[in-house]
Design a protein around this ligand. Sequence first.
Ligand code: NIG
Ligand code: FE
Length: 410
Amino acid sequence: MTELTTVIHDASEIVVGPGTDAPLERYENAAIAVTDGRVAAIGPTEEITDEYPAENATHAIDASGRSVIPGFVDSHTHGLFAGDRSDEFAAKLGGEQYQEILAEGGGILRTVNAVREASDDELLANLLPHLDTMCAHGTTTVEIKSGYGLDTETELRMLDVIQRADEQHPIDVVATFMGAHAVPEDEDAESYTDRVIDEQLPAVAEQGIAEFCDVFCEEDVFSVEQSRRVLEAGMEHGLTPKVHAEEFVRLGGAQLAAELGATSADHLLHANADDRAALAEAGVTPVLLPGTAFSLGADYADARAFLDDGGSVAVATDFNPNCHSQSMGFAIALACVGMEMTPAEALVAGTHGGARALDRAGEAGTLREGMLADVAIVDAPSHIHVPYNFGVNTIETVLKDGEPVHGGQR
Ligand code: NIG
Ligand code: FE
């Protein structure tokens, strides 16, 4: 028998997802009914509550004066780590460059040392509170990459902890293998690339947790050719490719992502018109990470150029020790103010766009009938308040599969 899990009624607006004629498909004075964890119906309150009376629902939520939006899909994070790199934030403000810090054994390599020393339980204890924070800020699906192990044992441990977090925490966690995140100290990129392919990838495939394979295609990290070798080997093992592309220089990662039909190309601060065209043509979702540019003091990616060509983008947090924000609301505010996206475009990029970047547009990121009832309720009458109230959390209540997982019910 179907169970009427939840009815949210009298919302001042419900955002369904991207519209066909308007930037957003949305209803005013609206309700949404959830059966068996999925959206059963959405529309004007009277119409919906006639068919699905709120009093019959396990959870009835009066959302008057509130905006109801799809839960955020944060499609790019390195949220599992250990140690503290806040001093690097201060050093960068003093003029040090991210890549200088990495070249001196800091940055990613410093986190690698801390992760190798941490036990699985310590790693899990680090991750779960971050997931709580993400959830409290409206995120219902998050991608987390490995890549702070750089050896088979620690990469597998990271993926295992990511899976345990997915099992223990209500929000959905998607695992990406990123053995090619940096070149370990005392090793050269070419021989490490061989080890990622020959040692790490077969073990990761055997373990069966990772869904995607990502690589840091960047000057002084992995070349286009090395990145191609890793991603092609990943594909042979059934892992879908993603690429960190054109973050510090324009090296060719975007063209590689297009050529391989990657699910996403991420960062893209230095992508040009040819790159944008190639990604659009190949159906690769550009994932823009304005928090990273903000924390590096770098120029933002040219979101307008992607959007004005008729394309779509995702916006994500890139939460990691170098970009320490779990908040999709903040990323959306930066997308508006720093990348000139409209609040509607930024909201779509943080929900439907993120779902596309994770191959989940068929079930997450919009509130159409049949989709997962992953919902965030904004403590204000319009979705515009998410970026308008920058630096504070506007999310009051979060539902995963229709069940309240954060915040109060009114
Ligand atoms: O996406 N650019 C490479 N990787 C991360 C940073 C990871 C770190 O600095 O620990 C990123 O920004
Ligand atoms: Fe990243």
